[in-house]
Unconditional design. Structure first.
Length: 121
């Protein structure tokens, strides 16, 4: 009720975000690539800029609302994420304004599942 729940998917060359309350979504590409041959996020500043831009466009008015983000790597995560990769994704979500952030490495979720996962935080 007093939260703004967002679902972000981080791909190699773009970030997709969806506000699960109002359905607003956007897909943005970074100015310069953030991917590295060995890691989904190799250039933190580029990834941070595009994640922040996505959140700004989809969050809507958040006065008195807590932003909660479920962020999911969509590439280069075969076998799961390392602790470092999970930390990078969490930091991207927190840096974009999330009060609470969850990194999800499972299958793609529907809006109801995203909300349920965020309620567990």
């Amino acid at each position: 009720m007093f939260s703004c729940d967002l679902y972000l998917k981080v791909f190699e060359h773009h970030v997709y975000g969806r506000n699960i309350a109002n359905g607003r979504s956007v897909e943005l590409r970074p100015r310069s690539p953030y991917v590295h041959p060995r890691a989904l996020v190799g250039t933190f500043s580029e990834a941070d800029a595009v994640v922040t831009a996505v959140v700004k466009q989809i969050k809507g008015p958040t006065f008195f609302k807590t932003i909660r983000i479920l962020i999911q790597p969509m590439a280069m995560c075969e076998g799961g994420c390392t602790q470092v990769e999970s930390r990078v994704l969490r930091e991207l979500a927190l840096g974009a304004g999330a009060a609470k952030a969850l990194v999800w490495t499972g299958s793609v979720l529907d809006d109801q599942s995203v909300r349920a996962k965020l309620e567990e935080l």
